[in-house]
Design a protein around this ligand. Structure first.
Ligand SMILES: [Zn+2]
Length: 471
């Protein structure tokens, strides 16, 4: 297939009419969290700029402000404009490591950025009663957990695992912030409703979206799933172990997965049930006590006495991850796909098996996109249950495949009593195999550099970001 003509950058730094690439994905290296700038050159005008998320765990306002200033300056330079225009701002889900920057650097977003459209998942559309009820129940449950933690401050050590899980939905990280993640989300909605902007709640299976004046690209929505059971599902079942649905832990064998299966189900705790307005069938009866949490250290909750709260914390965290907006950018003429899975868990991936996407007058199975994927933004910082094996990574067979993992390993290691296993080793191994060693972690260092293979495939690293350039 013919590619667009290549022209170079003009002398003033502004990206010229058409550039020497078709798309650039910029992953920022700001910590454990997602922040991606997608840039599409356009003929005769400023490039189309999309920001997908802007957040981190354990980063203060000064650090996030520096990040947002960097984004601002990049866009101003490339667009040659007074304000930094983001044609689309995507907030994938209500977790701090994806949205905190919209609180912590609010002034800059407010005064120096223009927003075109704001894209959120359909699960954020609170004008729908059912969604409102779920959100309310979740917030109430989260408050309860925090209350228990406050009342038992003397047992801080045993609460470590829960409190690090709860950090995803906690207030901002420093004194400036009394702001909550929900405030960041509300801010995005409010920006999308302003004159000149547009707020969109996206659903899987809808017509693909076009990007204004970007030829050849369309955007498919794969998640969050419409099926309420799959929307809630982060659990790993017996069947999944048998048929290799996930990459389970080679070192721990069944016990680790067993532990996860137990951990992913809800106890008969009224609070837990309250937090699960959708399907009691999936969660109510199957609770089993985990024989051994040792191999899933970041999921292990110390202390039986508080297992219900720990369980609830896990459920809340997983449910929110599963409400991630999953986007696939497709170059229509070449078929290349760039997949942004946010933090989607098992349930979202499973839903793609039955999802048919609108493709003009035809329908296209969603999984077909995976076979053409050349760039994969790895789900949930490479935790083990956020990338499916069969009907997932195994379908990504394109030799050009590059995988980006936004992750600060040190921060992950400090969470809970034993640290979170990010990246999950079996998954990282599988990713390396599938990509031919083109896996790039945002905290790449001199000790752990970007591979020569990734460089060859168009990956360029600086201290502040790592680019994937599709030429
Ligand atoms: Zn995340």
């Amino acid at each position: 297939m013919a590619r667009p003509a290549r022209k170079s950058r003009s002398s003033n730094g502004r990206m010229s009419a058409s550039s020497d690439f078709r798309m650039r994905v910029r992953m920022y290296r700001h910590g454990l969290g997602d922040c991606f700038l997608l840039t599409f050159p356009r003929a005769g005008q400023a490039p189309f700029q999309i920001l997908i998320d802007c957040g981190a765990l354990h980063r203060n306002a000064a650090e996030m402000t520096a990040l947002v200033e960097e984004i601002r300056d990049t866009i101003k330079r490339e667009n040659g404009s007074e304000n930094a225009r983001l044609d689309v701002v995507v907030g994938t889900h209500e977790h701090k490591d994806h949205l905190s920057g919209f609180n912590q650097a609010r002034d800059i977003f407010e005064n120096e950025f223009d927003f075109g459209e704001v894209w959120l998942a359909w699960t954020e559309d609170l004008s729908q009663k059912e969604i409102m009820a779920i959100k309310k129940a979740r917030r109430k449950a989260a408050e309860k957990i925090r209350e228990v933690m406050r009342l038992n401050a003397n047992l801080a050590a045993s609460l470590d695992d829960v409190s690090s899980l709860m950090a995803f939905s906690a207030d901002d990280d420093d004194g400036v912030g009394t702001q909550k993640v929900s405030d960041a989300l509300e801010y995005l909605k409010e920006r999308g409703r302003r004159r000149g902007s547009k707020l969109r709640f996206l659903k899987p299976g809808e017509e693909p979206r076009a990007l204004k004046d970007v030829d050849d690209v369309r955007v498919f929505v794969l998640g969050p799933p419409l099926d309420p059971i799959l929307l809630k599902s982060s659990e790993v079942t017996e069947a999944m172990k048998r048929d290799g649905t996930i990459y389970h832990l080679a070192s721990s064998g069944l016990s680790g997965v067993e532990a996860l299966a137990a951990a992913a189900r809800a106890p008969d705790d009224p609070l837990a049930l309250q937090a699960q307005p959708f399907s009691s069938a999936v969660s109510k009866k199957n609770f089993k006590k985990a024989p051994n949490y040792e191999k899933e250290p970041w999921r292990r909750i110390d202390g039986d006495w508080m297992s219900a709260f720990g369980q609830l914390a896990l459920d809340l965290d997983n449910d929110t991850n599963n409400s991630s907006l999953v986007l696939a950018f497709e170059f229509e003429s070449t078929g290349e796909v760039l997949l942004f899975a946010a933090d989607a868990q098992v349930g979202s991936w499973l839903s793609w098996r039955k999802l048919n996407l609108k493709d003009g007058r035809k329908e296209m199975p969603a999984l077909e996109l995976l076979g053409r994927t050349v760039f994969y933004k790895v789900g949930h910082h490479c935790s083990h249950n956020a990338t499916l094996r069969n009907n997932g990574l195994e379908l990504m067979q394109d030799d050009r495949l590059v995988a980006f993992i936004p992750l600060d390993v040190e921060t992950a290691r400090k969470q809970g009593t034993k640290g979170w296993e990010m990246p999950a080793k079996p998954l990282l191994k599988a990713l390396k195999k599938h990509t031919g060693d083109k896996v790039v972690i945002s905290d790449a260092s001199a000790k752990n550099p970007v591979s020569a293979e990734a460089h060859k495939a168009g990956v360029v690293a600086t201290d502040t970001y790592i680019d994937y350039v599709l030429r």
